[in-house]
Ligand binder design. Structure first.
Ligand SMILES: Cc1cc2nc3c(=O)[nH]c(=O)nc-3n(C[C@H](O)[C@H](O)[C@H](O)COP(=O)(O)OP(=O)(O)OC[C@H]3O[C@@H](n4cnc5c(N)ncnc54)[C@H](O)[C@@H]3O)c2cc1C
Length: 465
């Protein structure tokens, strides 16, 4: 057997994008797929978890006291069929790499979340959604199959027809069923690397909820940026950005090459901001400027990077929250329970704690992934700087979300408790049954899976029970 576990590994403090919690992990960065079985079966690694680009905010891709398998070097593209848009690649290929290679050739990821710096493996394991969920569903809708390396060292081909129960447990299964080695995913053809977008200012949350609903009918992509510090009659004032892919002609008539986007120089946050830099006044000032700068305008031609992933233009933007990091909170409320979302906005606005803009989207029907997050309703996402009272505040939010029949998203979570999670995910027992068959000794386990009670605790766990 390949003794890949003898490859260099470093013990490092590791976190998700929110930089909370931070835990010491043994980090492997293998270059070859054949090295992976050695890592997961080594007695040095009683438990481990795969990691993509670490863009989940909380503890999904860390394993305190255990091993983390970093996929950043397992990023080879294997085959592409331009007739069908089918790409076969290693799981560590990022959506940024896919965009770089395929956008100039007229293909685009069928689902692109708010950042392109995520891997195909991470996109499957969180079954990510984009601004088109209401029309197209989640990432898994465009996954034809993947190869999964299980805890026993077996490689399973998983699809809707082959090992289907493993397929649907791995989709949204936060890395707990095994290592996705390669995947076959379908890209969509595009005529241009641009969208035609409307920006519409909305004076309050009622107008925003109504406008996203209306926009979904005729637009493939919709998102509203909400000023979550606005109060009273302005509570939830927003800028709706609805869009469709731009036809080639829209660019040609402006004398531009439809598939070429002039590269922009990214900016970077060079160091951790001091704790006092983000305060209710500076944040309120930012939100006010954003709202004022986005006047209602129709038919704007915007390049895809700027429309889909605006934050990617600022590298290390998570440093703005200082070294203590931040919590991101994303919850869905069923349509008929929208008043729960309004109540949450009221609380966050009163507390003055929330940060920049919150994101409001409308999600379509749930898919078959056992732990897949999206379900029909409005989803609200906000960032809150880490402070002493944050976790109890988030637990209060959890209770509110539960009362309204909503649920939280693992990709964002760092604090939910086992009971809350189980109540929000009714297919958890079905997931556990698949996991027990595939991985009876829980070799795949993360700080998150233990915190949420999906896998048993291990020595050294520090989270509260
Ligand atoms: C700015 C920003 C905007 C975002 N917007 C959205 C959005 O609009 N919609 C949305 O859905 N999400 C969004 N996210 C969250 C992000 O898309 C997900 O967290 C995604 O899963 C991150 O992918 P990653 O490659 O960084 O994986 P990681 O965060 O490193 O890992 C995520 C999970 O995938 C598992 N995993 C990784 N690789 C493999 C593998 N090869 N095999 C098996 N399991 C694996 C890990 O164990 C972990 O459980 C956003 C994140 C950021 C930072």
């Amino acid at each position: 057997m390949d003794n890949a576990f003898k490859e260099p590994c470093a013990t490092l403090p590791l976190s998700g994008w929110g930089r909370f919690p931070v835990e010491e992990c043994r980090v492997y960065r293998p270059e070859k797929r054949r090295g992976l079985a050695g890592i997961i079966q080594s007695t040095a690694n009683p438990h481990c978890i795969p990691r993509g680009l670490g863009r989940s905010y909380g503890d999904a891709a860390i394993d305190g006291g255990g091993a983390v398998i970093d996929y950043s070097r397992l990023n080879r593209m294997i085959a592409f069929d331009a007739e069908t848009g089918m790409l076969e690649c290693e799981a560590g290929v990022s959506l940024a790499e896919i965009l770089g290679v395929f956008m100039p050739r007229g293909f685009f990821p069928s689902v692109l979340p708010g950042t392109k710096f995520i891997t195909v493996g991470g996109a499957i394991a969180n079954d990510v959604h984009g601004k088109n969920h209401h029309q197209d569903g989640t990432f898994s809708q465009f996954v034809e199959s993947f190869e999964l390396l299980t805890a026993h060292g077996e490689v399973l081909t998983c699809s809707r027809d082959q090992n289907a129960h493993v397929f649907w447990a791995t989709v949204g299964g936060i890395g707990l069923t095994g290592l996705i080695l390669t995947a076959r995913i379908r890209l969509q053809p595009i005529e241009s690397a641009y969208v035609v977008a409307d920006h519409i200012r909305l004076p309050n949350i009622d107008a925003a909820l109504e406008a996203v609903t209306e926009a979904d009918e005729n637009h493939k992509y919709t998102v509203a940026w909400v000023d979550c510090l606005a109060k009273g009659a302005h509570l939830g004032r927003s800028v709706l950005m609805r869009a469709n892919h731009a036809p080639a002609q829209a660019l040609v008539s402006r004398g531009r090459d439809p598939l070429v986007v002039k590269p922009k120089r990214g900016k970077s946050v060079p160091f951790d901001f001091p704790g006092f830099a983000l305060n209710p006044w500076s944040i309120r000032a930012f939100n006010t400027v954003f709202y004022a700068a986005h006047r209602t305008a129709h038919g704007k031609i915007i390049d895809c990077n700027s429309y889909f992933c605006p934050l990617d233009a600022i590298h290390h933007w998570n440093r703005m929250y200082g070294k203590n990091g931040f919590g991101q909170y994303q919850a869905t409320f069923p349509f008929q329970e929208a008043q729960g979302l309004v109540r949450m906005l009221e609380r966050i606005s009163r507390s003055g704690r929330a940060s920049f803009l919150a994101v409001l989207k409308r999600l379509g029907p749930a898919g078959p992934g056992l732990l897949s997050y999206p379900s029909e309703g409005y989803t609200l996402t906000l960032d809150i700087p880490m402070h002493k009272g944050l976790i109890p505040l988030l637990h209060e939010f959890d209770r509110e979300v539960l009362e309204h029949g909503g649920r939280l998203y693992c990709a964002k979570d760092a604090s939910a408790q086992p009971k809350t999670f189980a109540a929000m995910y009714p297919k958890l027992d079905a997931f556990r049954a698949v996991k027990a068959r595939l991985d009876p000794d829980n070799r795949f386990s993360s700080t998150m899976s233990r915190r949420l009670g999906i896998t048993p605790p291990v020595k050294g766990d520090t989270h509260d029970e």
